[in-house]
Ligand binder design. Structure first.
Ligand code: SAM
Length: 280
């Protein structure tokens, strides 16, 4: 099977055909460089036997690079014109029938994914990158690993470790599911239109066993939000709102073996989970 990738001129022609002008609202910055989409697929170590989900396939540049490996793809696209066109583009570029399934929907709202994909690969819409990632990890336990392209600061946050300045609620919530790592940078020049931010690739592997129950996850995330809403405050103060008083917060923290004078940025996801587990 030979799949031919899209070049810059073809992408612009496709967009013109569809009367699509990229919008900021939907984070539409299309990759117009074949080397870049192949680099993303390589970083994600996509194998021919993989079932991949892509969020926001757009005009299909990354989709075709994934399909080129022989993997099957489920692609979730919110823009109807793009979702409708993608199967035609795939057929025209040599993709065999059945290899691509397009879901015309808002990725933030999907609760079912045809094909039970285990790998996530995407150039995410920047405005919803963290919530959409967390939604997918939470809703689709069969997703085992992935590589996504996001705004550089977001990638750094997702991969940040405790004690660093950029460590925050997204870092802890992402770590709930497993380890994250930065895995490459991407030049602004490969996008159309050229964005005014830098992008990085960030990857994850889901831990083989869930860290806790769904109820523990919800509780932990609530504590994480409270801790980082007032990140400069000590935890006994930052958590006084959800535990009733700073004395009560101190008691909970001590039971969890966490210093009441620590700050959210000092704690690992395991520390947050211990707090959630000792809440009466
Ligand atoms: N994958 C393509 C590429 O690399 O050229 C397009 C990436 S572009 C950064 C983001 C894509 O996500 C756009 O096609 C946009 O329409 C789509 N999108 C934005 N919000 C979405 C959502 N909530 N659900 C699904 N797709 C979304």
């Amino acid at each position: 099977m030979t799949v031919s990738l899209l070049g810059a001129a073809e992408i612009r022609r496709l967009a013109a055909d569809l009367d699509v002008t990229p919008t900021k609202k939907l984070g539409q910055n299309f990759v117009v460089d074949a080397n870049t989409v192949r680099k993303i697929v390589h970083a994600a170590e996509v194998q021919p036997s993989d079932r991949v989900v892509e969020i926001g396939p757009g005009l299909g540049s990354l989709t075709l690079a994934i399909l080129e490996t022989g993997a099957r793809v489920t692609a979730v696209e919110i823009d109807h014109r793009l979702a409708e066109r993608l199967p035609h583009t795939a057929r025209d570029r040599g993709v065999p029938d059945g290899a691509l399934t397009v879901v015309d929907a808002d990725a933030m709202r999907v609760t079912e994914l045809p094909g039970t994909p285990t790998v996530l690969v995407a150039n995410l819409p920047y405005n919803v990158s963290v919530p959409v990632l967390l939604h997918f990890l939470e809703t689709f336990p069969f997703l085992e690993r992935g590589v996504v392209m996001v705004q550089a600061e977001v990638a750094e946050r997702l991969a940040a470790k405790p004690g660093s300045k950029i460590y925050g609620a997204p870092s802890v919530k992402a770590a709930w599911y497993g380890p994250w790592r930065l895995c490459g940078n991407v030049s602004r020049q490969v996008f159309w239109p050229v964005p005014n931010v830098d992008s990085l690739l960030v990857g994850f592997h889901r831990d083989p066993e869930p860290r806790g129950t769904e109820q523990e996850r919800v509780r932990t995330f609530g504590i994480v939000d409270a801790a980082f809403n007032q990140r400069r405050k000590m935890l006994r103060q930052a958590l006084s709102g959800i535990f009733g008083s700073s004395a009560e917060a101190s008691a909970v923290l001590e039971r969890a073996d966490v210093a009441p004078t620590a700050r959210g940025e000092d704690l690992t996801v395991e520390d947050f989970l211990r707090i959630a587990r000792v809440v009466p």
